[in-house]
Design a protein around this ligand. Structure first.
Ligand code: GLU
Length: 288
């Protein structure tokens, strides 16, 4: 019994490594975004300050395959990471001058508020509650909440089957709030990767969060899990900045729109999440 458990853990670790390795070797780092040589910004703006400093601190996820996952290089890789590099490049800041800070779901707002990060790109849903404390550029991607179960599970097909059931999600996330509203019994942890063991050992019947996060976790652990049902919420991903830093927010919106036009957004997708998920046209940015 003990031996087979160890074997299983070892197999899971090996496949995680293999996946991380693939992401690195398969160009998971993406194409080099353009680094502006002498960008000019109005004095007093966040853009001017960052360009002058020549470095930037970006909050992202460290354990989410396809969007932000620390690989063998020690730096995170994924679509969100590439979006961060595109923004930094337009400030004249090259990749090696970006400091990546892990932001989990619950600390994104405080990290922005207290200046621990200059911005957050981390599968971060724009919503009115969060807009009370931070501001958002974007959206640059539209995800939706979905469900991950063990590969042999035949009982759960939609969110209705989660009512009254133990389901794992993450503290401070929109999916955790949605699950409570739905009437599921929510087991909360700090990261989605920490939901996988409770799912394996039967402590919960499902993990629920954004479809694209679950797709990454399923691909990382091939054959173990499956994503079921249709997405049942809308999760517009935004880039979090300090509350009311309107110049910075609007400038990032310009950068996003440019990246849609010049192909760097599509390239960023294709080399990361696009290795598994189809490309979809980005939603229109919301210049609220
Ligand atoms: N997009 C959702 C959120 O921002 C779930 C993903 C996450 O927790 O990062 O809460």
């Amino acid at each position: 019994m003990k031996r087979s458990r160890i074997a299983l853990v070892a197999a899971a670790a090996a496949s995680a490594l293999l996946f991380a390795g693939c992401a690195g070797d398969g160009g998971g780092g993406g194409a080099e975004p353009t680094v502006e040589e002498t960008p000019e910004f109005e004095e007093g703006t966040t853009m001017a300050a960052l360009a002058e400093a020549g470095e930037i601190t970006i909050g992202t996820k460290f354990d989410q395959p396809l969007f932000g996952l620390v690989g063998p290089s020690g730096d995170p890789e994924g679509f969100d990471v590439e979006i961060g590099k595109i923004i930094a490049g337009k400030l004249g800041i090259a990749e090696d001058k970006i400091e990546w800070t892990e932001t989990v779901s619950a600390n994104r707002e405080p990290f922005i508020e207290n200046g621990q990060v200059d911005l957050v790109v981390a599968t971060y849903t724009i919503n009115d509650e969060r807009k009370q404390v931070v501001s958002f550029a974007g959206p640059y991607y539209m995800a939706g909440q979905s469900i991950l179960v063990l590969a042999d599970n035949e009982d759960i097909a939609s969110e209705d089957d989660l009512v009254g059931q133990p389901v794992c999600s993450v503290t401070g996330s929109t999916p955790a709030a949605n699950l409570k509203e739905l009437g599921a019994e929510v087991l909360e942890t700090d990261t989605y990767s920490n939901c996988l063991e409770p799912l394996r050992n039967g402590q919960v019947v499902a993990v629920s969060t954004d479809n694209v996060i679950l797709a990454g976790l399923a691909a990382q652990n091939e054959g173990e899990f499956k994503v079921v049902g249709e997405p049942f919420t809308e999760e517009p991903y935004g880039i979090g900045v300090k509350l009311d830093d309107t110049d910075f927010r609007m400038w990032i919106n310009d950068v996003l729109e440019e990246s849609y036009e010049d192909g760097t957004y599509e390239e960023a997708w294709n080399t990361t999440a696009g290795t598994i998920l189809p490309f979809v046209e980005p939603p229109a940015v919301d210049r609220y």
